[in-house]
Write a protein that binds this ligand. Sequence first.
Ligand SMILES: [Zn+2]
Ligand SMILES: [Zn+2]
Length: 245
Amino acid sequence: MPAYFKPQGSIRKAPHSPSRDRTRQRIKFSDERVCKSHLLNCCPHDILSGTRMDLGECLKVHDLALRADYEIASKQQDFFFELDAMDHLKSFIADCDRRTDIAKKRLADTQEEISAEVAAKAERVHELNEEIGKLLAKAEQLGAEGNVEESQKVMDEVEKTRICKREAEEIYRSSMPASSFQQQKLRVCEVCSAYLGLHDNDRRLADHFGGKLHLGFIEIREKLDELKVYIFSFFYCTEMLCIVT
Ligand SMILES: [Zn+2]
Ligand SMILES: [Zn+2]
């Protein structure tokens, strides 16, 4: 669903405004003004639309009719738009990873310094938190699909993970004074660069790990990996053919 609002709340033009329709009549999918990531269904502007990190409208043209044209034409011919899309996603993910590094540094500056040993204990609690959040999101999805039995199995796993988390929390808590324990409460999500609370409750964790923003970033990262594999195998095969023939 396209979002018509910028993060600031100002109204933005609908993607199918008349000017866009005129552009569509003029240009082909191969035109440089067309977003190749959109043709390949992986533009971050689409994937993150409606999330907290909504990027607004893409600078290049998005048009489902052009995508349909491309899908038909690409059955007959290689256009190598995967290269454009890979460059686009690579720089997008690099930006995100840079934000993660900055956020981590900011946390390191503001949160009291702890020893590597204590940090490892905190890390364990975070990992289990993450697992609980992911499992809860999965159980909810299975439940919504009517798969009650599978959902219950996942909930049993959640229960086991909660017990592990309580133990890990106890170990961590006892390794530092209470005041420091309260301070060490934030972490940066390596996938989407959002802040996560160490003491967040399960509901919040499930909302994060099952939420559109976090899942959108997983999707973008997976698409980028797919594109890399595709391009690598394509050029590797071509090179092998050159050597053989
Ligand atoms: Zn785009
Ligand atoms: Zn995340």
